[in-house]
Design a protein around this ligand. Structure first.
Ligand code: SF4
Ligand code: SF4
Ligand code: SF4
Length: 269
């Protein structure tokens, strides 16, 4: 269980707590104001800040601790993400009353290219995404939100995993959960923050990958597919085997998809 489960999950997995999708949270005026400016403040400003911090990191070899701590605290309070394996994404999305697909704000910020791999979800009659300012994507407010069924969304996300996307969920001012994303490690703001300045503004899944050594043939495809450098190999009794470092593993499940022998499973941390 992560810190969010303790704070927002009543002792259970926090994103399974229906209260975190509730209409009473959505009616909070501060949250509504946050949603109006969300794309600019979280993404355009976020990428600009990351660029400045990367320069400091390159020059000094690290960030001042207070800066890193402030970044994490801000992310946890406003727009915090957690990696989820596809089956958990399925649970979250299947309960949604409405789902819309929209362009990815990170990829748009980097290349002004529209890739529709972000999903906004709503559990109640009123949907938070109606208040979002789509002019960030050069669109009118009623453009770019494509309604679809939860089943269709899950099937699209399953296909995205085969292309190497990592599934994540996101708060719109914590603990309200509003978005399910399918991220590319090179373009996602939070994953760039992790790989370029080593600040964790995204949480690991509640699950971790485990290798069944009887089934592993040492092919190494899992390692090639892991973006978090969590997989190495060991030789035991003359056999090469994959070995996963649970402290590095984010629980995304991409190694499992890549393993043709079914040697990898995800288990609770
Ligand atoms: S979190 Fe992922 S899907 Fe969402 S906007 Fe960023 S890269 Fe795109
Ligand atoms: S992909 Fe599967 S079989 Fe290949 S090394 Fe990884 S765990 Fe072993
Ligand atoms: S070891 Fe597997 S589940 Fe863990 S981060 Fe790497 S690819 Fe994802």
């Amino acid at each position: 269980m992560c810190e969010f489960c303790t704070k927002h999950g009543e002792g259970k997995i926090w994103y399974k707590n229906a209260a975190n999708y509730g209409q009473d949270l959505l009616s909070d005026l501060n949250r509504r104001r946050y949603i109006e400016g969300f794309l600019t403040s979280a993404f355009a400003d976020g990428f600009e800040t990351l660029g400045r911090l990367e320069t400091i990191y390159r020059k000094k070899g690290k960030l001042p601790r207070a800066v890193a701590e402030a970044m994490v605290a801000k992310a946890k309070a406003e727009h915090f993400g957690q990696v989820l394996p596809i089956e958990e994404i399925g649970h979250v999305v299947s309960k949604a009353r409405t789902v819309v697909r929209m362009p990815c704000a990170c990829r748009w910020n980097i290349g002004k290219k529209e890739e529709r791999c972000c999903y906004a979800i709503s559990y109640g009659p009123e949907a938070w995404y109606q208040g979002i300012d789509m002019s960030y994507f050069g669109k009118a407010s009623d453009e770019g939100l494509e309604p679809l069924t939860p089943e269709a969304a899950i099937s699209q996300m399953t296909a995205m995993e085969e292309q190497g996307s990592i599934h994540t969920i996101w708060t719109m001012m914590t603990p309200f959960i509003g978005a399910v994303c399918n991220c590319s490690p090179d373009e996602c703001l939070a994953m760039r923050t992790l790989s370029r300045i080593h600040v964790e503004t995204i949480e690991r899944a509640e699950y971790v990958a485990r290798v069944d050594e009887e089934l592993c043939n040492g092919c190494g495809f899992c390692d090639l597919n892991c973006h978090f450098h969590a997989i190495g190999s060991v030789t035991e009794s003359g056999r090469s085997l994959a070995r996963i470092d649970p402290h590095r593993c984010f629980g995304c499940g991409l190694c499992r998809s890549a393993c043709s022998t079914g040697a990898i499973s995800l288990v609770l941390r």
